[in-house]
Structure formats: C-alpha cells, structure tokens
Write a protein that binds this ligand. Structure first.
Ligand code: SF4
Length: 318
C-alpha cells in the first residue's frame, strides 16, 4: 500500500476575479521508501499540491475535489486539530529558502529541540537536546554547533539544519520544497547526496518539489511533470529520461545540458504558461506546443498508460 495516494486532487484559490485553478485532477502515489519528484515551471501547481497535502493552504485556497490518502486515511475531511497530529509526525516538510525558514534570533539547536518537544512535551529537555545533537550529526553538522545562531551557519549547514528539524519527529513522509535552491552547485550536490543517503538509511518516503528535472533525477524513483495545474506525464524516472513523451517534458529536457552526451544547443520553450484564472479549454500547453492539433483545443486529454513500465502521459499524440 502506498504511504500517500493523491487521487483527483483539485485545489483552487478564490480571488475577487474568480477561482485560480492551481491544481486540477492531480493523481500520483508515493510508495514506502521511495521518492517522487514533482517538477514544473513556477506557478505550475507543485507547491499547491504540497500545501494541500499538509492542509496549510494560504487564505482563499480550497481543496474542491479529490482524496489525499495518507497511511490509509483520507486526510481531506480532517479538522485542523486532527491535522496537527499528522503534521511533522506523519508528514513533514523542508521549506524553501534555508535563510528565511530558521528564526535568526534563536539558536539552531533550540529550534530543533522545540520541534521535538512540540510532539513529545513530556520528553526531558536533556533527552531532547541529545536527540537534537544526534539529528545534527545525522545530517552532517558537527553536534558541537548546537549553540550556534543561524547566521553562524553557512547556507549548506542551514539547509541541513532544516532537514534535521523536519526529521525531528520521525515522519513517514518528508516533503522537500526546492531543496538546494539558492545554494551553489557543489553544496547543492552535497545536500542531494544527504537526502539520498537519508532515504536509504531511514527508509524514508519522500516527495521532492523542483523546477529542475536533473535535481529530481538524483534522488527520485518516479516523477510527476506538472504544467498549468495538470499532471501531463508521470512515471518511473528512468523511463521518462529514456523516452520523454509529452512535448512539455521534451521541452524541459531540451532546456538542460547533458554532461555525458555530445555538445548540443539548449532550447527554451517559447511562450508563457496560461493565466490560471482563465486557462484555455483543452490542453493548456496548446499555445506553446509545436504539435498542436484542433482536437487539443477541445478538452484536457485523458492520462494513458504507455508500454509495460509505469509511464503515463496526457497528450492527444498518443
Ligand atoms: Fe500538444 Fe496537443 Fe499534446 Fe497538448 S495535447 S501537448 S497541444 S499535442
């Protein structure tokens, strides 16, 4: 049984001009011990999916349809109080931006201890401190740095400290929102290596959000490609790298350099994603797609399974 099944998730934001259709009929599973990447341009709905799973949507955000089955229970109907018991202990998140996610006026160790004590208030402070030191060590930060303030940490160490906080309550599912963004490439590679190691060591299930397909390929077994709130392609990462089917995925792959293959010109995807207040009918990639046909304007194409491996695509070419 998957740790997480997202089934037909539709999340919109209410605005004065109408509903912003941020996520439409999103489907994917995260199996135990596996990592799934959610990839797409800014505003494609990937963070909305993560915030829907945590039920931490900003004002105006509403899950309008679908199920989020975590550990066998649909969490969509749960109250705030019930969700508080699931957040951090069941599903935890490493937020984007290591600089802003830590409180600058508290010591890093105290922030990790607070995260532990929030869910285990009866744990003696000395035990919580020992656990915080163990967590820092696990993420590759010298435990003696427990008394440092965030400004005394490098960007990579702050990112590691955030991962330690997210692991404080032994969650079943870790959501990482753009890990490594704003870090230099060497530190980013170290953070990804850490995440891969933690997944293997702790048997963690993970959902990793990124705009960069190559980052996701470092850690994940499966990938969900999102465009304008829709899942356009989904499946095993090796299959999708071997044969990207959706024209948007092909465009994403053409936008990244290959260090192994021959030198080739990088190609950007012309145009902009649509306004999600008034998305075009049919396939939202239509205005940018080099293969667009009349049928593409009619309705969003159904997801089709391709071949024997787990590989789904929503496109009228197939
Ligand atoms: Fe292009 Fe049509 Fe496929 Fe959309 S459905 S990606 S417009 S070919």
């Amino acid at each position: 049984m998957p740790v997480l099944s997202v089934e037909g998730l539709t999340t919109n934001y209410r605005t004065l001009r109408g509903w912003v259709k941020a996520a439409e009929n999103v489907n994917f599973d995260v199996e135990k011990g596996q990592a799934v990447g959610v990839v797409g341009e800014s505003g494609c709905g990937k963070t909305t999916v993560a915030l829907s799973i945590l039920k931490l949507l900003p004002r105006g955000g509403k899950i309008r349809r679908g199920k989020i089955i975590f550990d066998g229970t649909d969490i969509v109907p749960l109250s705030d109080k019930e969700m508080r018991a699931i957040r951090w202990k069941g599903i935890s998140i490493v937020f984007q931006g290591a600089m802003n996610a830590l409180n600058p006026v508290f010591k890093v160790g105290d922030q990790i201890i607070e995260a532990i004590k929030t869910h285990e208030p009866d744990l003696p402070k000395s035990d919580a401190r020992a656990r915080a030191e163990g967590l820092l060590e696990m993420v590759g930060v010298e435990p003696s740095r427990i008394n440092n303030y965030p400004h005394e940490f490098s960007g990579g160490m702050r990112q590691r400290a955030l991962i330690a906080m997210a692991l404080a309550s032994n969650p079943k599912l870790l959501i990482a929102d753009e890990p490594g963004t704003a870090l230099d490439v060497i530190v980013q590679a170290q953070v990804l290596q850490l995440m891969r190691g933690l997944k293997e060591k702790l048997g963690l299930s993970m959902m990793m959000i990124s705009h960069d397909l190559s980052i996701v390929a470092e850690v994940c077994e499966k990938v969900v490609i999102m465009y304008a709130g829709h899942v356009v392609e989904y499946g095993e990462i090796g299959e999708i790298f071997k044969e990207p089917l959706h024209p948007y995925t092909q465009g994403l792959m053409g936008a990244f350099p290959s260090i192994k293959g021959n030198k080739q010109k990088l190609v950007s995807i012309p145009g902009q994603p649509p306004d999600l207040l008034n998305p075009p009918p049919g396939c939202p990639f239509y205005p940018r797609c080099p293969y667009a046909m009349d049928v593409c304007k009619t309705k969003f194409p159904e997801s089709k399974k391709m071949g024997s491996a787990e590989h789904y695509v929503s496109c009228y070419l197939y």
